[in-house]
Design a protein around this ligand. Structure first.
Ligand SMILES: [Zn+2]
Length: 467
């Protein structure tokens, strides 16, 4: 088949997957997929612990096609092809569901790619029910939900996975690059995860790969950043292990009320739809954590003892630096539930340093953080409301300043009034154009007005005029 395609297509129009190899190393097995587009040839590889050899499915091209499909579309390949078979269900899901929808969401360059490969109906029936264990909030929330006490035996997680597919990039917008290399970060954090899995008696399947390099630096694809491709990078590895894994959970970041498809944005925005469509007939995928927001996951972990000493969220180092984007966010989320919550994680974070040097400053900045036009803002919005309910002292007065000489404000445009200065806060009524309210002060960009019972109510500054 590949020979025919090469004859009928120009270089750069097709992506061929050939020569799948199994190479035995000391204690690992390396699976290679040869990728070729007529312009260059690269090897996509995965390295897996030898003890899990029986789970490897390398008689077909499923893993490579699922992993690369979106990247191949964004590059504009017309055809992705292989002489190795693809599982019938995966072929159907990708060709008739995933590709048409992603094509609509793409740019001019994005192609409605055609998968050309023989189809196989053969399926496997592995006994592993797995989820990732990086020891982050998502991993522990999935463990909390699907381990020990989950009501359905066949859906209870019995295995953890840990993949090196690009999450350990080691950079952060606040702290820059950490001192550990990507490789060190992966290895050192893996040590903690191994210890954790041993303690709680779960097998851990570790897989390394060069997929991060293939997607971002090989030149065979339009650069696929980690957030634009993490779901496929991770679940592609699971598909490679589909002789053993029959169900896999991937933690959700966004719920359906936040659904959007933009190939340049975080894949998590549309993975609720994407994930079930990666089923091959041998493995099924589900999103873990129901409709929990980040703050809900944190709340569940407060009484989930296994995670207290093992939480690892830091972007730049093994252990938690306490200052990077993820550390800051997590410390504030814990703190929003109160001092006792923070104290439970004293072996995962340097709580004393946080309280002494950062707590006041970060919560002083929370209005700015939650009103920012970025992907972090909604986390701070959740933290803010949680702190109002559970730990109001760290926020202080919700009215920070009062303009001199202002007694009243007039509403410029019909708007919703809020109980707290937050767009996610409970609504307490509607203000009509030209309504007048007594002015109590502000925490910009929110203005505090006096409600009917004398209590403060809040409205965005842009909707009012000082009078
Ligand atoms: Zn950190």
């Amino acid at each position: 088949m590949i020979c025919e395609i090469k004859k009928n297509h120009l270089p750069g129009e097709y992506l061929a997957i050939s020569n799948i190899k199994r190479i035995y190393d000391d204690d690992c097995i390396r699976i290679e997929f040869c990728l070729e587009n007529g312009l260059q040839t690269e090897i996509l590889w995965y390295s897996i612990d030898k003890e899990y050899e029986k789970y490897i499915c390398d008689d077909r091209c499923d893993a490579a096609i699922a992993t690369l499909i979106q990247a191949a579309m964004r590059y504009g390949y017309k055809v992705i092809c292989s002489d190795y078979p693809i599982s019938e269900k995966l072929y159907y899901n990708l060709q008739y569901h995933v590709i048409p929808q992603l094509y609509l969401a793409g740019t001019k360059r994005t192609s409605d790619i055609k998968i050309l490969a023989p189809v196989t109906k053969e399926c496997f029936h592995g006994e592993l029910v797995a989820t990732g264990m990086s020891r982050g909030v998502d991993s522990f929330a999935s463990m909390y939900e699907y381990c020990n006490n989950f009501e359905l035996d066949d859906y209870r997680v019995n295995t953890f996975t840990y993949f090196n597919v690009g999450a350990h990039h080691g950079t952060d917008v606040i702290m820059g690059r950490g001192s550990e290399s990507k490789e060190e970060l992966f290895r050192n954090q893996l040590d903690g995860t191994k210890e954790f899995c041993k303690k709680y008696n779960y097998p851990l399947i570790t897989v390394e790969s060069n997929i991060a390099w293939i997607l971002a630096f090989s030149g065979m694809f339009t650069v696929q950043k980690f957030d634009q491709s993490h779901t496929l990078r991770n679940l592609g590895v699971v598909i490679l292990l589909q002789k053993g894994i029959s169900k896999y959970y991937y933690s959700s970041t966004y719920n359906l009320n936040e659904f959007k498809v933009d190939l340049k944005k975080d894949m998590a925005y549309y993975e609720k739809w994407l994930i079930p469509h990666l089923a091959t007939g041998s493995v099924e995928f589900y999103q873990a954590n129901q409709n929990w927001r980040r703050i809900d996951k944190i709340q569940k972990l407060l009484d989930f003892e296994p995670c207290h000493d093992y939480l690892q969220v830091c972007l730049i180092q093994t252990g938690n630096c306490g200052q990077c984007l993820k550390c800051r966010r997590t410390l504030m989320e814990l703190d929003a539930f109160g001092d006792d919550a923070l104290e439970k994680f004293k072996n995962s974070f340097d709580i004393e340093t946080y309280k002494r040097d950062f707590r006041k400053k970060w919560f002083g900045d929370i209005m700015e953080l939650k009103e920012a036009d970025d992907s972090e803002a909604h986390y701070f919005e959740e933290t803010f409301l949680c702190a109002i309910e559970n730990h109001p002292e760290i926020l202080g007065n919700l009215i920070k300043e009062k303009r001199e000489g202002i007694q009243e404000v007039q509403i410029k445009k019909k708007t919703i009034l809020k109980k707290y200065p937050s767009k996610a806060a409970e609504s307490v009524g509607t203000a009509k154009k030209d309504d007048k309210y007594k002015y109590l002060g502000e925490w910009s960009p929110w203005i505090a007005l006096e409600g009917n019972g004398g209590e403060p109510i809040f409205v965005y500054k842009k909707y009012v005029e000082y009078i």
